[in-house]
Design a protein. Sequence first.
Length: 103
Amino acid sequence: MGGQRGLAGRPVQLAALGTAGTVFLLYNTANGNNCVATLKKTSLGTATATSAYLEVEGKTRVTDSGNFAYYAGPVRASAADKCVRWGGKAGSAVYTSPFEHCG
């Protein structure tokens, strides 16, 4: 995954989307950004409904949603001293976190 859609950072948490995929929350210590991406496990190479989102408490949710062949995202946001809600969808499986990882 290169270019503008590339991932940078270390995994903080992940959530399985059944057998359809996994949504990852990452944190980049160099710039303080959180990042979310949903990676598909099934229907690879075929564009299917996939999404990733990141919401910093008190701010508008950032979402990448559409028909993607391999992954959705990454979506990024700075969240210094704030809680985040994150999640994604692959196929019919959805994950939505509570507000967490505060500070």
